[in-house]
Design a protein around this ligand. Structure first.
Ligand code: AMZ
Length: 268
């Protein structure tokens, strides 16, 4: 039996879906709320100069996703990721005040103090990207301090991890980075294919499945979802430990609705 087939209370609480009555796990839909200059935007391939504003009110957007049935929110402080420290604090706080659904947050979180601050503020899961490359020990310490509440965000171009808001390439391969955290107690690896992100060309299924197959840590797929068919393609990969999908532009464009996405990710 693979590690992914085992359901625990911890998994339930951490948003890693338990098998349902048919012993089939529902993948979790994570609608993306990317914050730039206090607004809800989508970028194309992470380019900060190519932003489309989809909502001036992040709180209203969060409420809309929650009311539509989302069980989680995926929040990114884009300015924070580039600058290396949280920038869109007020926007994140307004979201946390407005909704009951749990939120995961990444972007510019690079210190234990910053992690502690967000968890105290009500963020259920903190996403660490750049610091996972530069200071893996910090991620491991955070996992010990906040079990089940730390995810590692691995954003890759051609399999190589990018850092600092995707403005720089590291020298580390995505899989090698993920393997460093196998025993750390990371809640999930969030894998983004940068070239797919916001590009509406479909998910990089091969790379995401390959990563998941080599890991016991659950994987969340991100970047490129453009249709319900893209989500449908992802569902069989649950067997390898892909536990959810982040969807951004397709939801804002209306190509995919929240109820349809949830239904498809349940395997219906
Ligand atoms: O779109 C971008 N340019 C971008 C983005 N979405 N840059 C970083 N991020 C996200 C990552 C991860 O969730 O996907 O920010 C987080 C990582 O931030 P940091 O500061 O820890 O590297």
């Amino acid at each position: 039996m693979s590690a992914h087939a085992i359901s625990t209370t911890h998994e339930l609480e951490s948003g890693v879906g338990p098998p349902d009555a048919l012993n089939r796990a529902a993948m979790i839909l994570f609608p993306a709320i990317d914050l730039k200059d206090g607004k809800c935007v989508r970028l194309l391939r992470g380019d900060m100069t190519n932003a489309t504003v989809f909502n001036d009110s992040p709180a209203a957007q969060a409420k809309a996703f929650a009311n539509a049935g989302c069980a989680w929110l995926h929040l990114v402080d884009l300015n924070g990721a580039v600058e290396g420290h949280p920038v869109n604090r007020a926007a994140v706080a307004s979201i946390l005040e407005s909704v009951e659904v749990p939120a995961q947050l990444g972007g510019g979180i690079r210190t234990i103090e910053s992690i502690a601050g967000w968890i105290e503020a009500g963020v259920k899961r903190v996403i660490l990207g750049t610091i996972a490359v530069k200071e893996p020990g910090l991620v491991k310490a955070a996992c010990k301090q906040w079990p089940g509440q730390i995810a590692v965000g691995i954003d890759a171009r051609d399999g190589i991890v990018a850092v600092d808001g995707w403005t720089k390439q590291s020298t580390v391969r995505a899989l090698d980075l993920a393997l460093r955290f196998e025993d750390a107690g990371v809640a999930a690896i969030i894998y983004t294919d940068i070239d797919r992100d916001g590009a509406m060309g479909g998910v990089n299924l091969d790379a995401t499945v390959t990563l998941a197959q080599h890991l016991t840590t659950p994987v969340i797929a991100s970047g490129g979802v453009s249709s319900l068919d893209d989500l449908r393609e992802l569902v069989p990969a649950e067997q390898y430990g892909i536990v959810g999908a982040i969807v951004g532009r397709a939801l804002y464009d209306g190509r995919v609705t929240v109820p349809d996405a949830i239904r498809v990710l349940k395997g219906e």
